[in-house]
Design a binder for this molecule. Structure first.
Ligand SMILES: Nc1ncnc2c1ncn2[C@@H]1O[C@H](COP(=O)(O)OP(=O)(O)O)[C@@H](O)[C@H]1O
Ligand SMILES: [Mg+2]
Length: 704
């Protein structure tokens, strides 16, 4: 027995607050339980009525003679706590609290919600809600529709969870129209107890569930979500709409990493890292779900388009461009065979344009040829009905030939609205049908990306022999001093302790002896201003490169003082950093950084670095833990990755070392929790590992 079986697999349900009043929630839920022929006992509870829905009603759950597994509660908020206590006395094990008026309304409501969850926890009751629209278990042995959404949801293989009740109803209706079915549906409301992770775990091994779809507003515990969805998505696709990621989430941060991070970035990183198919709208979610459950998984990314109209065919090709899909090159054998069944004006290249007259026969025969072609992995069949051809017959034929092959076919029917509603009834087991070519291509992109994820090995979280104690002591010392940026020498020491190659350097007080400091270094050197408040040194003339001798160094100090004074930051300068010049003409600048996200924890960033990082924004983010494969993918996701590989005769830089530095940084922030923010920009990466150097870094410690 799983603790959530009391909610999803009850043998008896009490609807507390049931009423015969038309169009009331208490009535709709009772109706839906009966209409869906729940496979168990239903007890209406309301002290005002003797019978409701021709069924004996009880004044309280404690009066019901039989055991009650699940209580669906729709009484007004002030009465809920009392009802939950009665349920506890009765030995009820599952609660679905529909009623609103708790945490979502403010502190008073939150107090009431906490009291309810306290009773539930003390009596081992699991609870969905409050403030939700109910749950469905549409599997054949249960047939429980404990929601107030109109209509009977068809049974299927999709388990759906929503954090928004209203969206839940919209999705239930949309899915019914498409003939898609649910195994389970849960509107979690304020998720005071049961949340996304509980449901992911519950549906992980459920035999009726082939795909899990979620509308999320928050992740709860992002790290746990990552762990679970990484595991589950290896066997079942997870499709997520994540809202609440608007730009407002971005924080005013002082570091490069901080200013580039934000809620949206963090969500995207997390979902990508765990193989979840993220979609940007409810509509796209329904399309992707239809694509996954209505067709086999593709074996590759080679796409063939079959159409009776040129325009939409080209739209599909355009939409496929740059989305991980290839336009398949059909074999001569296939093209020759198609020429035999198509008119001379048809095109047998890809997209295959059968021209307007193409009817059910042509669709079936041409698709049969295309699906048999080894160069094709996924097919989109587009039909724009001319007057004389019956669209549903074409859909039937497309479905018939598609089911005869083990390859996905997504069809696009650009027809009058009424046809779509008829399809679930008149074209049983229809292939996924979309209204526009772009929708079908998007689905092909998602299923292909999921295919790659499933094929991808898990990767390893690698760690290195490092001096954690040294780094920890330096960060803790700063934390005890109230936090803030570590001094340049300590920053170099922390990075050195974790194997980051830093440049030879010396820190000199504002009026100190630069010449003496430079004597321990090799020219050319770089002079930089030091000052906790001076974040971007170059912007105020605080960086001077290529200094060849001591005389030039003194001159550089004078020039810099003048610039700092002109920029009005001379008073912020506490000293100078003299550094050896690193890199060579083949070096490339990358940025590595960490920002702490209040929800997600450490967010690790890597990307193309240097002074224009905020302009180029060519960076990638990941949440911890990070595997070697994550680091590999991260680097290859940069738009300018070819620069690291070497272009225009330039040599390839040590890309593998960049991947290793990502893993070392992940280990650093995992083992040294007091780091609030960390920026290395740039890390100069050269063709050889020996030449790579971190030349600019800042670490901000959290105050103790
Ligand atoms: N030691 C060095 N060797 C070579 N180039 C350097 C060195 N230090 C800085 N630079 C170059 O100067 C630029 C600005 O220096 P940086 O220390 O990053 O200042 P900022 O505070 O403006 O980020 C770097 O992006 C890099 O191109
Ligand atoms: Mg810099």
């Amino acid at each position: 027995m799983h603790s959530l079986d009391a909610i999803f697999k009850p043998r008896s349900i009490a609807v507390i607050g049931a009423t015969p009043r038309p169009r009331s929630i208490g009535r709709e839920i009772l109706n839906n339980l009966f209409a869906n022929e729940f496979n168990g006992k239903i007890f209406p509870v309301n002290p005002k009525y003797e019978y409701i829905h021709s069924t004996k009603a009880y004044p309280s759950v404690t009066n019901i003679p039989d055991p009650v597994d699940l209580a669906v509660i729709v009484v007004p908020a002030p009465l809920v706590l009392g009802v939950v206590e009665e349920c506890a006395k009765k030995g009820v094990k599952g609660l679905v609290i529909i009623t609103a008026g708790f945490r979502e309304i403010g502190p008073e409501g939150a107090k009431l919600e906490d009291a309810i969850i306290d009773v539930a926890k003390r009596h081992g009751m699991r609870m969905i809600g409050p403030n939700c629209m109910g749950v469905i278990d549409a599997t054949p042995d249960v047939r429980m529709n404990a929601t107030f959404s109109p209509g009977v949801p068809p049974t299927g293989t999709v388990a759906f969870m929503t954090q928004s009740g209203a969206l839940g109803v919209a999705i239930l209706l949309a899915v019914q129209k498409l003939g898609l079915g649910f195994s389970y549906f849960a509107s979690v409301g304020n998720k005071a107890d049961v949340g996304a992770m509980d449901l992911l775990e519950y549906w992980e091994n459920d035999a009726h569930t082939q795909l899990i779809a979620m509308y999320l507003e928050s992740f709860g515990d992002p790290r746990r979500f990552t762990e679970l969805s990484k595991r589950i998505s290896k066997t079942k696709p997870i499709v997520v709409v994540k809202s609440g990621t608007s730009a407002a989430g971005a924080r005013a941060a002082s570091s490069h990493t901080g200013s580039l991070a934000g809620l949206e970035v963090a969500s995207e990183a997390l979902l990508q890292q765990c193989g979840v198919n993220r979609v940007s709208s409810i509509e796209e979610m329904i399309h992707v779900v239809a694509g996954f459950v209505g067709a086999p998984m593709p074996r590759g990314n080679r796409l063939c388009i079959v159409t009776n109209a040129g325009g939409p065919g080209i739209m599909a090709v355009d939409a496929a461009d740059g989305h991980g899909l290839q336009i398949a090159a059909l074999s001569e054998k296939t093209r020759a065979a198609m020429r035999k069944v198509l008119p001379a004006e048809a095109s047998v290249d890809n997209p295959v344009d059968m021209v307007a007259g193409a009817g059910p026969d042509q669709y079936e025969r041409v698709l049969d040829l295309v699906l048999a072609d080894d160069s094709v992995d996924v097919t989109i069949a587009i039909f724009v009905p001319p007057l004389m051809i019956e669209p549903l017959e074409v859909m039937r034929r497309i479905t018939r030939v598609a089911r005869a092959h083990e390859k996905p076919v997504y069809s696009v029917l650009m027809a009058e609205e009424s046809y779509y509603e008829r399809i679930p009834r008149e074209v049983p087991d229809a292939v996924p049908i979309f209204r526009f070519p772009e929708d079908a291509v998007k689905v092909a992109e998602h299923t292909n990306r999921y295919r790659l994820w499933r094929a991808r090995p898990a990767g390893t979280v690698r760690t290195f022999p490092v001096d954690t104690a040294r780094a920890l002591s330096l960060v803790e010392r700063k934390a005890k001093a109230g936090g803030g940026y570590l001094a340049p020498e300590d920053t170099h020491a922390v990075l050195g302790a974790y194997g980051f190659p830093t440049v030879g350097h010396a820190v000199v007080p504002i009026d100190g002896d630069l010449r003496a400091a430079a004597r321990s270094l090799a020219f050319p050197v770089v002079l930089k201003v030091v000052g906790e408040k001076i974040v971007h040194k170059s912007d105020v003339g605080g960086v001077m490169l290529g200094i060849r001798n001591e005389k030039a160094l003194e001159l550089a100090r004078e020039t810099m003082r003048a610039s700092l004074s002109k920029a009005g930051v001379l008073t912020h300068a506490t000293g100078y950093l003299v550094q050896e010049m690193a890199g060579d003409s083949n070096g490339k600048e990358v940025i590595l950084g960490v920002a702490q996200d209040p929800k997600f924890g450490p967010l690790l960033m890597c990307g193309m670095g240097g002074r224009y990082v905020e302009i180029l924004r060519d960076v990638a983010f990941r949440v911890l833990p990070i595997t070697d494969l994550d680091a590999h993918d991260m680097v290859r996701s940069f738009r300018s990755f070819p620069l690291l590989e070497g272009v225009r005769g330039e040599p390839r830089v040590d890309v593998e070392f960049v991947e290793e530095l990502i893993l070392r940084l992940a280990q650093l922030v995992d083992e040294i929790p007091g780091i609030q923010e960390l920026d290395m920009n740039p890390v100069i990466v050269t063709p050889t590992r020996a030449g790579c150097r971190v030349v600019d870094a800042r670490i901000r410690a959290l105050g103790a």
